[in-house]
Ligand binder design. Structure first.
Ligand code: ADP
Length: 259
């Protein structure tokens, strides 16, 4: 609580009392803490790959380049870490864009089946690596009011997460349908699941249930924060149901265009 007071003086300088103004600054303190945490997270996430790139390149420069095997393996690490930096910077820039007050997407008539096809194309390599079976149940002519590229981004992020957090040889099911108001796509995996207490937190910037696992799989920890903003920019909804050890269902609803 922040407070200040001022005396109230009446006619002939008579002292009438004090006016006290109080501001509840709890919200401000909370916002300031969120900002500080964000800056600390960004710094940490940037520092890790930069330290690695610097260390390995210096070792090479000091002579390790003479051994061809060492040269190749260090260059691979430097390449992987620079890719990581690039992804992180791209996601940070994208997040700051979609978080801006008044951010708008380009709304057009888009068919959800098309979005799924593009999402599947972009994640084929991940599916093959883990021998995951993709099953789809798709209603035709589910047209929504959306930004095609942004919807593909949402779909791709959720598919990539479903694959990342699933063991090998499992099945991911994608369901597309419509109700009176929304075109819906639902992505259901048989993966590790998310605890009830963590479900609301996964949309926070840099929040990861298992930090090491997410980093190893190449995630930036910003995907779902971006997805949430994008769904909101479409006036849509995103919901999560999950059971630890059984799997997770993400359901995205986007306002429909009646054809
Ligand atoms: P990341 O880059 O870490 O995947 P996201 O913002 O996409 O970042 O997701 C945040 C966290 O939510 C992940 O680190 C993971 O712990 C959890 N998560 C997201 N999708 C799933 C899923 N399908 N199954 C289990 N956990 C998930």
């Amino acid at each position: 609580m922040d407070a200040y007071g001022a005396p109230v003086i009446g006619e002939h300088g008579r002292w009438l009392g004090i006016v006290v103004v109080m501001h509840d600054i709890t919200e401000l303190i909370k916002l300031e803490q969120i900002r500080k945490d964000f800056v600390a997270n960004v710094s940490h996430e940037l520092k890790t790959p930069v330290t690695s790139i610097k260390g390995f390149s210096e070792t090479l420069l000091f002579g390790a380049y003479k051994n061809e095997e060492t040269l190749l393996s260090f260059l691979e690490i430097i390449h992987k870490e620079s890719n990581r930096l690039q992804m992180l910077i791209n996601d940070l820039l994208d997040l700051s864009k979609v978080e801006q007050v008044g951010y708008k997407v380009n709304l057009n008539k888009v068919e959800l089946r098309e979005i799924l096809i593009r999402g599947l194309e972009m994640t084929t390599h991940l599916v093959e690596e883990k021998n995951i079976k993709m099953e789809t149940t798709v209603d035709e002519n589910v047209h929504v009011l959306g930004d095609k590229n942004r919807l593909i981004q949402i779909m791709m992020n959720l598919l990539a997460n479903a694959i990342t957090y699933s063991p090998e040889n499992t099945t991911i099911h994608v369901n597309i349908y419509k109700n009176k108001t929304f075109g819906v796509f639902q992505i259901q995996d048989e993966g590790i699941g998310i605890k009830k207490s963590e479900i609301n937190r996964i949309f926070e910037r840099f929040y990861r249930v298992d930090r090491a696992r997410s980093r190893n799989s190449g995630g930036t920890g910003l995907g779902l924060a971006i997805v949430k903003h994008l769904v909101e920019a479409h006036h849509g909804l995103i919901e999560v149901e999950s059971e630890v050890g059984k799997g997770t269902i993400f359901t995205v609803s986007i306002p429909i265009v009646k054809s």
